[in-house]
Ligand binder design. Structure first.
Ligand SMILES: Cc1ncc(COP(=O)(O)O)c(C=O)c1O
Length: 343
């Protein structure tokens, strides 16, 4: 849609000319037979970057999480996560439906790790009375928390290591966390027994995620991917987009972060108390409209009428996500439109 500024998500980007060229020239083969060299290259590259033995290229972040959690948690066990984590709220019960796994949650501002709460939740194997905690899942950055970087990540990883409970990392936006914090993606992901990363969010590929873990974990995940009907054939054309994204679109995430800060500053000025710009860590802006007297639905509709697409998280929170198809001028224009609607 020409002229429309779409900040509903960082998944709305379109492949660039360079990415499309990489896709059309990629060598491919049948991946179910293990014969696609571009997929093999992507899986090896991402596993290496994330400090793991092996990787598995899959269609979505949700599937990477489903396979990762399935590998760590047997049917009848539980995974702990933050209450607004994607695995708990937005994967449509997949972990219960596919893996027979329940979740129990802690709740913290910004979706942050809360070590005290997690400690109290972890349930060891107590025989035939209580559900056993099989893993803890952490989202970094945290989407509905407002693109926040997890501050207590290493402390939790240390604690879980001594407790013998594996960590699952939902790193759909791990590169955003890394670029903003300066911590290499491998320093985060190598602490987890299974980690998922998305190529189709901030990195701008049209599709694809990678699950990483030990060679054994990935071997099992590969079987489960096929069992769920998600084996694919010459998908190297898609893996090529991922490789292009990794080589070209990581450093520039800093621009998205600066754009998100700019938007937050404009909104904070128009609706004091709705957002704290210094708490915008990466590319997601979540503003609370409770004190403005405006409903999220009202603002979304009014903004749409002016060619600005934004989304909502819950009853009072408006969400704007910056990405590589939204320029500085577009982000400024969107922020000023929303600010006017909030005043
Ligand atoms: C934190 C997080 N994890 C996982 C996913 C799932 O990714 P997909 O939409 O590719 O299934 C998303 C999607 O927005 C996400 O934000």
């Amino acid at each position: 849609m020409t002229g429309v500024i779409d900040l509903r998500s960082d998944t709305v980007t379109r492949p660039s000319a360079g990415m499309l060229a990489a896709m059309t020239s990629a060598p491919v083969g049948d991946d179910v037979y293990g014969e696609d060299p571009t997929i093999a290259e992507l899986e090896a590259d991402v596993a290496g970057l994330l400090g793991h033995e092996a990787g598995l290229f899959v269609v979505s972040g949700s599937l990477a999480n489903i396979l990762g959690v399935r590998a760590l948690a047997a049917p009848g066990t539980e995974v702990l996560c933050e209450a607004s984590a994607h695995v708990a709220r937005a994967e449509l019960g997949a972990h219960a439906a596919v893996s027979g796994v329940t979740t129990r949650t802690w709740s913290a501002p910004g979706g942050q790790i809360d070590l005290e709460q997690i400690r109290a939740l972890i349930a060891p194997d107590l025989g035939p009375y209580f559900v056993t905690t099989a893993a803890v899942s952490v989202e970094n950055t945290h989407n509905f928390g407002g693109g926040t970087i997890q501050t207590g990540y290493d402390a939790l990883a240390d604690e879980l290591q001594s407790a013998g409970v594996p960590l699952h990392l939902d790193g759909a936006r791990l590169w955003n966390a890394s670029v903003a914090s300066g911590v290499p993606v491998g320093a985060y992901a190598s602490r987890a027994a299974a980690a998922s990363v998305c190529l189709s969010k901030g990195l701008g590929a049209p599709v694809g995620s990678v699950l990483v873990g030990s060679a054994e974990l990935i071997k099992e995940a590969r079987v489960w991917r096929k069992r769920l009907g998600a084996g694919w054939r010459q998908a190297g054309v898609l893996a090529a987009a991922g490789l292009y994204a990794l080589r070209n679109n990581v450093e520039r995430l800093a621009d998205d972060h600066a754009h998100a800060r700019l938007i937050a500053e404009v909104l904070a000025d128009a609706a004091p108390g709705s957002i704290k710009p210094d708490q915008v860590d990466t590319n997601i802006v979540v503003a609370d409209l409770a004190a403005t007297g405006k409903s999220v639905a009202q603002v979304i509709e009014a903004a749409k009428a002016e060619g600005v697409l934004v989304g909502g998280v819950g009853a009072t929170q408006l969400r704007l996500v910056t990405h590589l198809d939204a320029s500085t001028a577009a982000c400024r224009q969107a922020a000023e439109t929303i600010a006017r609607l909030l005043r």
